[in-house]
Design a protein around this ligand. Structure first.
Ligand SMILES: C[S@@+](CC[C@H](N)C(=O)[O-])C[C@H]1O[C@@H](n2cnc3c(N)ncnc32)[C@H](O)[C@@H]1O
Length: 337
């Protein structure tokens, strides 16, 4: 019943409402989308009777049905008050509301809806403890955090610096304007290319973090995840990250807190055994960043490595000339490595 109704259509539509049961059904559906069983309970009628009348209302264009799992939910199609059915309903609604039984229907409907709410409440009261496991089973271990990426500004151009196999670029891509992923390892980039195949807004660039293949101010945000501990001179790389960020752009470093797993130096080529806040603060300030936030990342029970931190800072808008720090010397530096 879209557009303008012809006189015949008006009469057909009104004829469909001419039965008091159908009038009560329409009233019940005015505010809520309901299943047949819920309507039957509210109107105290057999489901078969309600189904038969619903069919007439659907055929006449008053009501629409949509599938939800194995059942169907019905809703009124009067739409906006200015639509043809909306205007027609406005003209007859008052009369329908005075039908015998309409007030009791509304009261029973409240109880039906309360039952629907308590079914959900009951589920959570009996499965509260199991919910964390169930969420992982149903949606995966990262389900609680991946959706939070929608909080990001969708206009951002983000650099994933030291992207490895592109896991972060893959997670970010649906939520931001563009991801530029940089790594110097051709083997890592080959795997990233496989993973990111078909992501039109991700660009892979081969290059070194100490001389990034990016223009001055090209990025709104730069991610340096699990890379800093590999670098001979992290301070120089942070200064290079400041160059490719626009003024006010955001740096995010994710890495390990200080730890004592010396074996990582041999096994994985780590140059630094984690970083503390003071060391990182000195480097990011010298690189021209401000407003450092340094947050230990709550550990994932499944993780066997040292705890992580997430440190974010903004490139100063009126950029001071970066301070020249003495070249970092991981082998002899203090407690943070
Ligand atoms: C431990 S992986 C981390 C990868 C990714 N960021 C992640 O979180 O899964 C470190 C990556 O940094 C890259 N990398 C290390 N030093 C680099 C440098 N100086 N320039 C460019 N990439 C570098 C390595 O090739 C490697 O892919």
């Amino acid at each position: 019943m879209n557009g303008f109704l012809s006189p015949v259509q008006v009469l057909d539509a009104l004829a469909a409402l001419a039965d008091p049961i159908r009038g009560r059904i329409v009233l019940a559906l005015e505010r809520h989308e309901l299943a047949v069983g819920e309507l039957a309970a509210a109107l105290q009628l057999p489901q078969s009777t309600v189904s038969r009348h619903l069919k007439t209302l659907v055929d006449a264009g008053w009501v629409d049905a949509r599938a939800e799992g194995a059942s169907r939910r019905y809703r009124l199609l009067t739409g906006a008050r200015t639509s043809p059915t909306g205007r027609l309903w406005g003209a007859v609604r008052e009369g329908m509301a005075s039908l015998p039984g309409a007030t009791h229907d509304a009261e029973r409907l409240r109880a039906v809806l309360a039952e629907r709410r308590s079914a959900s409440r009951n589920f959570f009261s009996t499965s509260a403890e199991a919910w964390d496991r169930l969420r992982v089973e149903l949606f995966g271990a990262r389900a609680d955090v991946l959706g939070l990426l929608a909080l990001l500004d969708d206009a951002l151009v983000v650099g994933d610096l030291g992207c490895g196999t592109g896991a972060a670029a893959e997670a970010l891509a649906p939520f931001v304007h563009r991801v530029i992923a940089v790594d110097r390892s051709q083997e890592m980039l080959a795997l990233a290319r496989l993973r990111l195949d078909g992501r039109a807004n991700v660009e892979l660039r081969e290059g070194d973090l100490e001389a990034l293949p990016l223009e001055d101010g090209e990025l709104d945000a730069a991610l340096v995840a699990l890379v800093l501990h590999h670098l001979a001179d992290p301070a120089a790389v942070l200064a290079e990250a400041a160059r490719v960020l626009r003024p006010g752009g955001r740096l995010l470093v994710v890495d390990m807190l200080p730890h004592d797993r010396e074996v990582y130096r041999l096994e994985m080529g780590h140059a630094w055994l984690g970083f503390d806040r003071e060391t990182l603060e000195r480097w990011v300030c010298a690189a021209g960043f401000e407003r450092l936030r340094f947050v230990p990342v709550p550990p994932d029970p499944a993780g066997k490595g040292p705890p992580l931190f997430a440190a974010s800072a903004r490139r100063a808008v009126a950029a001071a000339a970066p301070t020249v720090l003495p070249t970092a010397a991981p082998a002899v530096a203090g407690a943070s490595h």
